[in-house]
Design a protein around this ligand. Sequence first.
Ligand code: FES
Length: 279
Amino acid sequence: MSALVNEPAGLTPETLAELREIAARYPEARSGLLPMLHLVQSAEGRVTPEGIEACAEILDISAAEVSGVATFYTMYKRKPVGDYLVGVCTNTLCAVMGGDEIFTRLKDHLDVGNDETTVDGKVTLEHIECNAACDYAPVMMVNWEFMDNMTPQSATALVDDLRAGTEVTSTRGPRICTWREAERVLAGFPDGRVDEGPSAGHASLVGLSIARERGWTAPTGEADEQSTSDDPRSDSGAHPAADTKQGAADQADDKQVEQAAVEDSNSSSEPAAEKDEAK
Ligand code: FES
């Protein structure tokens, strides 16, 4: 189904100046390509041919090289994206915990398929791979902000709120901005929301809490060293006799190599006539 997504109006002089600003942040300008492509998406709603040409020109590389990067990473979009990029994790753990059901429900509810945008241009739906948040499965993302422990009901309520313009916050705290605004942050232009929400959620810290309750600590480097040297399976001197034998064998090998090198050198420095005579 076609969507009412605004077509890009072209890169403005301000955006071109910001692209150059990003490139200038790096000792090797081409290292700035990834954030530059995010800025193009912020300005144009997708990676456009014009954006590719601009990046190539600023970085003095070919458009094919820029295009190769833009088509390799799934965060770069060649089709217009709606105001909210809604991802549903359908990797193994989230899938069995309800991710597949959520994705099916949202496709029906929004009347779109994977990587398609609603007719009002508000929501682009896509299934995504593991976001390393399996302890909160099933997980969704809106413009790269986490939505944890989702259900088909909470997922449909979420997209309804997004389409209605109701303020939505991630289950971890931050307010959800538009996709273009989020892309600008990924380009390295902060929006001041970095401190909204916790840096790690409860489920991710359960193991740490249990360890503290039980007095478990991580082994120190010193203890590791000691236990390695005590380990009869280690290579570090637990078997002196074996090590001595191995050392002697190594020395013998070294001598053989040296002798072969000397013989080789002697034979190669032999005058050609002498070699012929020897034959
Ligand atoms: S499987 Fe969904 S976040 Fe890991």
